[in-house]
Design a protein around this ligand. Structure first.
Ligand code: SAM
Length: 282
């Protein structure tokens, strides 16, 4: 618990997983704090970002900016796929991505495979701004390791969303080549996957490796970005892999009720800054 400290009567959460950069948030109240077999799960109420989910001292999602990440990880693949009926979300225990996927009437089943049941319980109860108290009957909660779960599924899903935490602890395996290979096999012939591929500013090595892994398996790969204030560096990357060519014109008819995503944002998110283009080409 040494990431929460009191200083001059004020409570601060300090993310200190980086050697030379420590980001601190002033906290109003610790709403929930429990240790699961996988990690320390907290819901904190902060001054600037409202309630937030914190795992092992690292902010995962907040009431103020969680929708940016969740809309971008869900609406890009869902609006690009010609007929998304069966969707798998790996990780995503805050339920925010599932909430966005549930906006598609054509989706018949949403399998949310989260290793840690405590994250789902905590977010449903204490973080409704992100989870939306999701109670859609199409969502099936499966509390398993995503790597093991996806191994047994062949030719099953239209869209797979990998909504993982950082590549440390239980999520490390979700960034490895063998896992993406199972994801590729679990997708149908016109299937599409997306994963969060970390900060282009601070984790270019992870982004490059993820891009290389996915390019090795999928013939059509596109990286896109969004700005999420609570993630280090703000600028965040996502990598999309498709088994079939992707028709971007579909984005022009996007019309879901959202706070961040719209047809303009979805179209422009694929235009990468120069340094990213250069790194990904090298
Ligand atoms: N939006 C967040 C971000 O980018 O920081 C991530 C959201 S979500 C809370 C990440 C979830 O992945 C966590 O709840 C964690 O328990 C889950 N997770 C980590 N490793 C996993 C694994 N191997 N299988 C399934 N879920 C996993």
């Amino acid at each position: 618990m040494n990431y929460i400290k009191e200083q001059n009567g004020k409570l601060w959460l300090t993310e200190d997983e980086r050697e030379n950069l420590k980001i601190s948030y002033r906290i109003k109240e610790i709403i929930y704090s429990e240790r699961s077999p996988f990690q320390h799960v907290m819901i904190l109420d902060s001054y600037d970002f409202g309630r937030m989910l914190v795992l092992d001292g690292v902010v995962q999602t907040t009431s103020i900016d969680g929708h940016i990440y969740n809309e971008m990880i869900a609406h890009v693949p869902l609006s690009l796929h010609p007929s998304p009926k069966k969707v798998l979300i790996i990780g995503g225990g805050d339920c925010g991505a599932a909430r966005e996927v549930a906006k598609y009437e054509e989706v018949e089943e949403i399998h949310l495979v989260e290793i840690d049941e405590l994250v789902v319980r905590a977010c449903k109860e204490h973080l409704p701004e992100v989870s939306g108290n999701l109670s859609d009957p199409r969502v099936q909660y499966i509390y398993k390791d995503g790597v093991q779960f996806v191994k047994d599924r062949v030719n099953t899903y239209d869209v797979i969303i990998i909504d993982s935490s950082d590549p440390i602890g239980p999520a490390q395996v979700l960034f490895e080549y063998d896992f993406y290979k199972s994801v590729h096999e679990a997708l149908k012939e016109d299937g599409m996957m997306v994963c969060q591929s970390q900060s282009p500013i601070f984790h270019m090595d992870v982004l490059k490796q993820t891009y290389a892994n996915i390019r090795h398996l999928f013939p059509h790969v596109h990286v896109y970005t969004a700005t999420v204030p609570t993630y280090p560096g703000g600028l965040w990357s996502f990598t999309l892999g498709g088994k079939q060519p992707i028709s971007f014109e579909r984005l022009n008819t996007f019309s879901k009720q959202t706070k961040y995503a719209n047809a303009d944002v979805l179209n422009q998110c694929f235009h990468l800054p120069q340094f990213m283009k250069e790194h990904l080409q090298s």
